[in-house]
Design a protein around this ligand. Sequence first.
Ligand code: ADP
Ligand code: MG
Ligand code: MG
Length: 484
Amino acid sequence: MSQLKALKHHFDSVLPLPINDKQLKEIVRKAKDWALMHGVAMRSKTTFCEDALQFAPFILVPSPFPRKEFQKAIDIQPTLNEMMHWVAHNPDFLRNCLKDTVAVDEFTGNLFNVYEQILTEGTAQKISLGLLRSDYMAHSDAGNRINQVEINTIASSFAGISSQFPSFNRFVLSELGHLDKLKNLPENHALRGLCEGLLEAWKLYGNPNAVILFIVEEVTYNICDQRFHEFELVRLQPQIEIVRCTLTEIATYATLDSNKKLIVDGKEVAVIYFRAGYEPSHYPSQKEWHARVLMEKSLAIKCPSIQYHLAGTKKVQQVLAKSGALEKFLSESWKVDAVKNIFTGLYSLDFDEHGNKAVQMALDSPERFVLKPQREGGGHNVYGEEVREAVLKMKDKKERTAWILMDRINPPVTSGYMIRPGCPDKPDVVDLVSELGIFGVIIGDSEKIICNRQVGHMLRTKISTANEGGVAAGLGALDSPYLI
Ligand code: ADP
Ligand code: MG
Ligand code: MG
């Protein structure tokens, strides 16, 4: 029985493994250089040097992913975009969803204060730009059906680097003599798609001399991915100017003119693209919150605007999974059914009957769940036995309402090589699991949707025993699907 179970949870690797030592050593060297030469790279956190790049951790041979489920994820993206757009434009819904959370979670509370201020004082710009990424894992206990992990509405990253992967995979598979397999590598134009979205917003703003402002961290490790966006924007629209600023710099230098135009360094800003601003450390003082408000009030088109940012919280995801919630935002029943089909169990920890039941479930079988706070960027969730400990600690405290509980998804395991800086020339075959991300672009205001597209994908793969696989954080690596 256990053997049967193991088989069911396993996807054969795309190539017979292991690759013989000599060939492996050679292809790993070539693949590392290919990665470096094509910007599949980052700045190192451990040996930081502004002038140096290291290749980003990657999976040597692409991981298998079910074709049907990949297509399903692609097909549903416009529906998810639409849903998120209407969620973001429903103040009553957002307020209701988040009222308990914002009372106990300071960061979400601060975001919500920005939102309330904008609701009261208004914004000069009604149009929002969403560059979203919906993340999934195939669930092996449910016939490898995809389940949504989360949807990101701010700083959804890796479209740039991921768009290099089809060429990278073609190179590696060709070198290894598997030309017959190239047909199963899907094209990926995520970078172009997101940049076209940014440009469409820039054109809607209507001043060809206005710039696109990237809000960035103090130190950018994921520099290639960000620069890919900048370079692609200039390739598509050579006259465009990109300016990079931290929130602290905005607080110091940015102003609003009498028409609410955002002016940075004497330049008018058409679009603000946040690649930072999603975690508390990006706001070291009150100043940075003022900067956020200033930008929200301005005529610039925000990616995301504050309401989109809040719509991407895990609390909102959990409320959307409640029965009857989706119907408020999607008028066609086939869309509601399609979204329900990708949701897994999500439970509130509110102080009511449902919340109490969820607390009990978490205490009874913690391994079946993931406990999540309202944070982004990886590394914040609680797993396994620690779910029980954490729930025990918080069960009588108000703070529990800032967390949600989610069914743990068990993706099928496959085998492969994870190549990280400093790894041996001949790495071992390891067990891996993957998470697929689909990128979407949406532009609109409270009345209408102007543009709604699915634009590409990414795959992140981690060691099968790791809870999380942040690429920069340690156990994850960039990958690309091989459709089976
Ligand atoms: P973040 O916004 O920090 O990325 P996520 O919800 O994506 O938060 O969680 C981070 C990681 O935790 C995911 O990339 C995935 O590896 C793991 N994870 C999250 N939810 C689940 C789940 N329900 N089942 C299994 N793993 C999960
Ligand atoms: Mg996220
Ligand atoms: Mg995530």
